[in-house]
Design a protein around this ligand. Structure first.
Ligand code: RVK
Ligand code: MG
Ligand code: MG
Length: 325
């Protein structure tokens, strides 16, 4: 067994945010590839590969996570939709890669359509993409002491961009997983208990996700059968076909940050986001110390890079001390 020391709380706050960044950067170079193509080319992705903006650079997942963290800090832990919309628009940089729905949403905002109306105009009934889940780690850490607050804040920040209930529920589930991981003790961790706790916190309306979690619990022994895992749980950029998959990857390799993230990316498809979401949960359980040094060293650090993200994690920890006491 690896050394299962209990990481400090602040290390777990930072770990969830840097975990998002690391998983995003590691998975991005093979985004959209089927798992077999990744296996044929690389075996597995265990190093930061050359990428559009250079090895170790991040995409929309981390862009919006940073914006969400900044907004929560600036507004003393409140989700303020107008402020979030403004920050998302400021942070939007096409070179980082965004979902089709988000490109359209930015155009609608630019045309003056109010945020609460614009999100409803995407697709049929709003986006159910995983964009609100990939960025949600700051909510999971900040409200980890209060499941209800996690759920409500995660759904509220999702509504700014994702009007479809599945997009909001997926974000809430991912935030709950980050919060529960942060509260869990690595020394006594039980994946069955984790899954049960997670299922029990979901409201009745989130039936699609509850069913997916139950299915995930039956698949732990079958993780090597990637065709099966992708067929049953998914590797797409829709929330309901990726959030349960990230939770599955985390739980399958719950005792290693590195193995969990490498496995999530090995499933192919939306690899940056599967990596980001798995990294967020694993980072919340294990803390910063578990993030491989060579990955940390490779992360971009200009402007809003790795040091900035660490600082955001520390500020969220300070804020948590104020609001939870
Ligand atoms: C480029 C039908 C829908 C849908 C609906 C599908 C970045 C669309 C990140 C859409 C993540 C995709 C990802 C993603 C984050 C959503 N009907 N199809 N109601 N709602 N979809 O575009 O921020 O990679 O195919 O709203 O949620 O790395 O393009 O963006 O992988 O899900 O994009 O949803 O996506 P979007 P997002
Ligand atoms: Mg991305
Ligand atoms: Mg993605």
């Amino acid at each position: 067994m690896p050394n299962q020391h209990t990481p400090s709380l602040v290390s777990r706050f930072v770990g969830a945010l840097v975990g998002t960044f690391v998983g995003d950067a590691l998975g991005m170079p093979v985004e959209g590839w089927p798992w077999r193509k990744i296996a044929q080319h690389y075996g597995e992705v265990r190093e930061m590969l050359p990428a559009r903006l250079g090895a170790g650079t991040y995409t929309d997942d981390t862009v919006f996570m940073i914006a969400l963290a900044e907004s929560l800090i600036e507004n003393k832990g409140r989700v303020v939709p107008q402020d979030l919309a403004w920050r998302f628009r400021q942070a939007y940089d096409r070179r980082r890669g965004f979902g089709a729905g988000m490109h359209r949403l930015m155009r609608l905002w630019d045309e003056g359509v109010p945020w609460d109306e614009a999100a409803h105009r995407l697709f049929d009934g709003g986006s159910y993409g995983n964009g609100a889940a990939m960025r949600v780690a700051p909510v999971g850490v900040l409200f980890h002491h209060d499941e209800r607050a996690v759920y409500d804040a995660a759904a509220a920040q999702a509504r700014v961009t994702h009007a479809h209930p599945l997009g909001q529920q997926g974000a809430a589930l991912q935030a709950l997983a980050v919060a529960l991981a942060l509260r869990s003790d690595p020394a006594t961790f039980s994946r069955d208990e984790f899954l049960e706790d997670l299922e029990s916190t979901l409201p009745a309306s989130a039936e699609t996700f509850r069913r997916a979690l139950m299915q995930a619990g039956d698949l732990f022994d079958r993780w090597e059968d990637r065709d099966l895992i992708v067929r049953k749980l998914g590797n797409r950029s829709s929330a309901h076909r990726s959030v349960p998959t990230a939770i599955f990857a985390f739980l399958t390799f719950w005792n290693s940050f590195e193995e969990a993230v490498v496995y999530a990316i090995s499933l192919g498809g939306d690899t940056d986001t599967l990596g980001a979401m798995t990294g967020a949960i694993a980072g919340a359980l294990h803390g910063m110390e578990a993030i491989p040094r060579r990955w940390w060293d490779a992360l971009e650090n200009e402007g809003k890079g790795r040091d900035y993200v660490v600082h955001l994690g520390e500020q969220l920890y300070d804020l948590w001390q104020q609001i939870a006491t």
